[in-house]
Structures are given as structure tokens and as C-alpha cells.
Design a protein around this ligand. Sequence first.
Ligand SMILES: [Zn+2]
Length: 382
Amino acid sequence: MAPSATAGITERVDVFWHEGMLNHDAGKGVFDTGVDPGFLEVLEQHPENAERVKNMVSILKRGPISPYISWHLGRPAQVPELLSFHTQEYINELVEADRVGGKKICDGTFLNPGSWDAALLAAGTTLSAMKHILDGHGKLAYALVRPPGHHAQPTQADGYCFLNNAGLAVQLAMDSGCRKVVVIDIDVHYGNGTAEGFYRTDKVLTISLHMNHGSWGPSHPQNGSVDELGEGDGFGYNLNIPLPNGTGDDGYECAMNELVVPAVNKFLPDMIVLVVGLDSSSLDPNGRLCLTRVGYRNIGHIARSLADVHSIGRLLIVQEGGYQITYSALCLHAVLEGVLSLPEPLLLEDVVSYPEDKALAVKVVESIKKYHTEKVPFLKDA
Ligand SMILES: [Zn+2]
């Protein structure tokens, strides 16, 4: 790299990645079903495919943000490491599924030959990224991983996820001396797995902004509704922000500023984990919340600002969904620009847009805020 390309760059994002994660192949079919109905000539790849992540890797290597990126090799998790979040019985099920050559674990979630090794790499790579921060080697780290993890519950795979990569990293932070960790999940789907893992503790605040999709069956019994607030000591420490279709950049900004920032400011975390799904974008086949790169950039910047205030700038970013092969990569670029607090966008602004419904989004955010301030003790009068 020419010296001029890095002139003036004082910050970097440490990206953790391992190409072995490309070996997970969830198959083909109609959308994510794995089913060939017999009447379609062209079956599509499962949405959670290697191509989507190849473009994410590529844009960070070759896009204008590349001088700000430092690359680190990921590694597989060891089975005992998984037991901080998952049960032995559940892990045994996955190991057995791998041993017999793979199987459909639940709707849309296929463990095929190569999948288990990829899942171990995703978990281990996320743990490495968190450890890098905990050891003081960097403050901004991004785990570029697949298969995704935030739907994986302690005893249940769900929604393309086997192991909860972010949840394992949060637990590592807690086990390494962090007092309180906040997880801000902006994937378009409810981060039910992470919520479930920390549902009964007041030491981990899980916040999820998502489409109001509700439960989708036995593997995802949670609704993601505002009244799922946590239990026992954890009551009030799971904040769900179900957003209306068409929420868009301004609606998300409202939700971040009105709900997420005040909650984090009251919670006082010493570690922040931003769980990033690029399926909240305006072009994603799996989502309808219509963020553009402007919105993603803004959210990245808000998360960074919270880290500067609360966690001495320490921010772990974990990759989740995002299924539009081009736009996911562009939106990832925007998130990291925001996290780096770059003054101007490095890529040209969007040529795509979708109508936003800011008025409705603001109304919904206000009603969730009223609900939180009535029901959540630590947010009273927030
Ligand atoms: Zn998702």
C-alpha cells in the first residue's frame, strides 16, 4: 500500500475472518426451504450463502475503507468453549448431525457436510475478536462470520443459526471481568437466541430492533414484542423494539435516539456489542425495514459514540444476516464508516430508495418508550 493511502489514518477496525466459513452450504430450493417443488427450472441458492459474505470480504479488501482495515485470521472454537452459552446436550446433537452427514435441523436451517466446521469457525472467530479487545490489542473489532448466530438459543438452532457467536463473546467478556455488557442488535429479525441466553440476568442488557414478525414456529417461540422484558433478575434487561414495515433511516434514528441511547446511558455498560444484520436494508429479500447506507452509517456512528462514553471506545461488531448480495456489502461498508466516525461517506450515496414511513415509525417508537418507562424499573423517568 502506498504511504499516501494511509496518511492521516489514526484508527482502524480489526476484522476477524477465516475463509473456511465459506464451506457451509445451506443448499438450494425455493427461497430458504430446501424444497424443489418440481415446477421451477431455476432453484435459487439458500439466502445464507457464501457469495454474500465473499462480497463483504471483498469490499473491505478493495473498497475505499480498506486502508482502515486490519485483517486477522479467525480460528475454530473448541467444544468446551461453547458450553458457556449452549448446553452439552444441544452441542452433542449438532456433533451427531455432522457425524451422520448432516440434516435439516429446523425450518430453513441445514447442517450439511462442512457446516459444523464453519459454525465452529464462526464461534471461535468471534471469540478471538472479543479477546483481542479484552486484551487491549484494539478497540474496534469486527467478526465477519457465518453461519450467523443470533437466533441460536442455548438449546435450540433457529433461523440459519447453530451457535450464538455474539452470545459466546458476551459471555467471554463477562467471564473476563466486564461488569455489564450491552448488545444492540439491528438485524431485521428478533435476536431471540441472544435474548434467551441472557434473559434472567441484569448484567447483560439485550436490545433488539427488528421487524414485527412475531414467532415463526417451534424453533422461534418468542414474539419479539415489547412485553418480553426478561425474567427474575433480568426483568427489564431485554428491550424489544419491533418496528413497522418501511421504518427507514429516519425512523431508525428516532428509535436509536429515543430508546437505545437513553437505555444504554442508564445501564452504564463497560462493553458494547453491535450485532449487525444487513437484512434491515431497503433491498433485502428477508426484510421490510428499508434502511439505506445513510441509516447504517448513522447507526454505526451512534454505537461508536456510546462506546466512547461508556466502554473506553471498545466496540465489538458481529455479523449476522444480510442477503442481497451487492447491497449487504455496501451497507457493511457504511456501518464501518460510521463506527470509524469518518466525516464524509467514502462511497457515493444510494441510487436505490424505498418510501419510508417516518411518521408511523415515530408514533411506534413513542408508544414503546411509554411502555418501557412504565414497565422497566431502571428506565423510569428516562
Ligand atoms: Zn436476520
